[in-house]
Design a protein around this ligand. Structure first.
Ligand code: PPY
Length: 306
């Protein structure tokens, strides 16, 4: 039974994602995304589950930066989880009494309309996770009056639901990934995604276009691109890419090799099955058989066969 670290404590959305990704895993709650990833790196856990992006705010930048700067990890699975938020408080609390709210930053950005409509005077403070916020609010003498978290977190920590379904949209989705310290890579399924971090060799006009061209000429469809600061002064960025396909696909392998030739550093973060099962549309001339046939043709002319 694998032991998986996750952003805890019990009752986080990440725990729900972990249970869906691996129902039999032993669960190791950690206080932060970094701590969960470190547990996977050191071997305290066999892997970790962390949030990567959501459909309202986009990237969870702590996770992106860990993937770029920390010891390398391999993404082996992803999950899309619809999330519903509740306002949770100690029994007897009513909305007019709520002056200090505690929750994870991703929940703050996804419940903005409710907060400004129902709690216009409340101070909202960032917590390490939604369940950590619920746990803190449950303590007698807590400086917070309410937490925003999953309803189940309220059940864990003895809070009542003051309001439910408080997200700005009912169809908000968070994408989680499962990572491990090393391979093997998941086998290609025909509906896969690959994730990379790419640092430029040097800053010059067209550097981003050159990278995108490596994908474009091989018919590789991007599904996410982010720029993050290199921490080396203003105006210096590196890039995260998600795209359709598996590194075992010829067009993806060739795109990676092309990036490796022209960029400063390419960090491969994994090829894994897509959670939505969508298969890529393979453009004419970019299928595995066409790459193989072209390679054989080139070998023949190099051998002097006319
Ligand atoms: O804090 C949690 O419960 C998490 O798992 C992070 C998070 C927070 C808000 C939406 C989705 C994930």
């Amino acid at each position: 039974m694998p032991r998986l670290a996750y952003l805890g404590p019990e009752g986080t959305f990440t725990e729900e994602a972990l249970r869906l990704l691996d129902p039999t895993a032993e669960r190791l709650p950690c206080a932060t995304v970094s701590a969960a990833l470190n547990a996977a790196r050191t071997g305290d856990a066999d892997g970790a589950v962390v949030p990567l992006e959501n459909s309202i705010e986009g990237a969870i930048t702590t996770t992106l930066d860990e993937f770029a700067w920390g010891e390398p990890l391999l993404i082996t699975a992803e999950l899309l989880l619809p999330v519903q938020f509740s306002l949770l408080a100690r029994p007897g609390t009513e909305i007019p009494h709520i002056k200090r709210v505690y929750t994870h930053p991703a929940a703050i950005t996804q419940c903005r309309a409710f907060i400004s409509r129902e709690l216009p005077d409340a101070v909202v403070v960032a917590a390490p996770s939604t369940a950590a916020a619920a746990q803190e609010v449950s303590l007698p003498g807590s400086p917070y009056d309410a937490a925003i978290a999953a309803r189940i977190a309220g059940e864990h920590y003895g809070l009542v639901e003051v309001a439910g379904g408080i997200g700005d949209r009912s169809d908000t989705v968070t994408r989680f990934v499962k990572v491990s310290r090393s391979g093997p890579l998941p086998e290609p399924t025909g509906s896969d995604r690959t994730t990379l971090v790419v640092f430029l060799a040097d800053d010059h006009p067209g550097a981003l276009l050159e990278m995108l061209t490596e994908f474009s000429v091989r018919g590789v469809n991007l599904t996410r691109i982010e720029s993050r600061p290199t921490r080396n002064g203003i105006g210096r960025y590196f890039f995260h890419f998600d795209f359709e396909g598996h590194v075992a696909d010829a067009r993806v392998g060739e795109a990676l090799a092309g990036l490796h030739r022209i960029c400063g550093e390419v960090r491969f973060l994994g090829s894994y099955p897509r959670a939505d099962g969508v298969a890529p549309k393979i453009k004419r001339g970019t299928g595995d058989a066409e790459f193989a046939e072209a390679g054989e043709w080139l070998a023949r002319i190099r051998a002097g066969e006319l």
